[in-house]
Design a protein around this ligand. Sequence first.
Ligand code: UD1
Length: 429
Amino acid sequence: MYGDFFMSEKFIVEPCGPLRGTLNVCGAKNAVLPVLAAALLTEKPCTLQNVPLLSDVEAMCVLIESLGARVSCENNTFVIDASGADSLDASYELVGKLRASFLIMGPLLARFGRAKVPLPGGCAIGSRPVDLHLKGFAALGAKIDHAHGFVNVTARRLKGAKIYLDFPSVGATENIMMAAALANGQTILENCASEPEIVDLANFLNSIGGKIRGAGTDTIKIDGVVSLDAKDIKHSIIPDRIEAGTFMIAAAISRGDITLSNVLADHVKPVTAKLKEVNVLVEEHENGVRVFCDDSSEIIAADLKTLPYPGFPTDMQAQFMALMSTARGTSVITETVFENRFMQVGELKRMGAEIKIESRSAIVEGVERLTGTQVAASDLRAGAALVLAALRADGLSEITGVHHIDRGYANLDMRLNKLGASIKRADME
Ligand code: UD1
């Protein structure tokens, strides 16, 4: 669909002045991935609009096609027809490409009474278990077996239940919500995640015939239905708040002036609040935000702690750290959502940042300038942080591992170039 996304490429980034201009933000990766899985719940074709063209989206499409769904797309509109889908065993190779693929388990279990999906392995940002997903399925009456690295879940018909999540996991909330949509009776999901992507998924499920209330709060009520078969299913994916946040930091780190459209200001509030705290100006518009810097004020350090929504998103932690690396003063950045999410630190240090890690916190002493060098993106958001740092660095930076960045940003290089950056994409020798 979009070329070979595992091709080894690098970015060559020249330092730039203030980035200026306007940019349209894409649909949210973390909203479309669960919605693609949820499309397996219905035999009716689903039209999805505002779909971002990302390698993770392609990987999810290939996975649902391997289960018998048909996917067609024209620009950012995708049509998913899962009438011919079946609960085949999901392949290790396909599931291994993205962790969100575990989200096919809830829909397959609910529609076909069985699912066999490889256990996701660890990844760069931690071990990322799925115990909360499985506890939820068990509470709905599913039988769960593990064998040879696969999880096998079966149930004749799931039964609604009261489920309290130990932690408001985004993926567990989504997987359980999808399974419960076809269960017999009511499910009450407590201490669940309230991210905007959960609301988007609930809206999609309701548009296919589900009965879900409370998404966006910590308690979701799902009245199970016998089949999800609404007609004329059309759903538009919400804007990507993490992509928006990344461009907001690009404006700040380059001391520029960027206006973003297709942004829901409410969704980026935690980022807006932090940017204002460090002296960056943010104006909220009806369908977007403007982020700019006042020439007379310098960016100052501020502490930060990542938290489930509406706290500061863990997916913006690395990018904010890049900004703090060049701020005046010392900031303490604490990661509470993932156990090992400071992959960018070693690389930022190679660019001259002064950062010390103490347990779950990174202590960042701002420096005047960073220096360009060769660095490697180890995961999606760490990669974005390196691009942001490179914009502000003296000299050329070379960032390898661009396929990680392409997982979650469509044409990041070209879109930053449109604002005045100079980023070249090149094949690795
Ligand atoms: C989703 C997002 C990811 C984001 C994360 C937190 C998608 C596709 N990905 O990931 O970008 O960083 O939310 O906002 O939407 N946990 C358990 N047991 C479980 C499930 C999770 O212990 O069964 C732990 C995880 O290891 C992690 C924490 O809970 O430490 C948060 O994970 P979770 O909210 O589930 O994140 P994901 O859904 O994987």
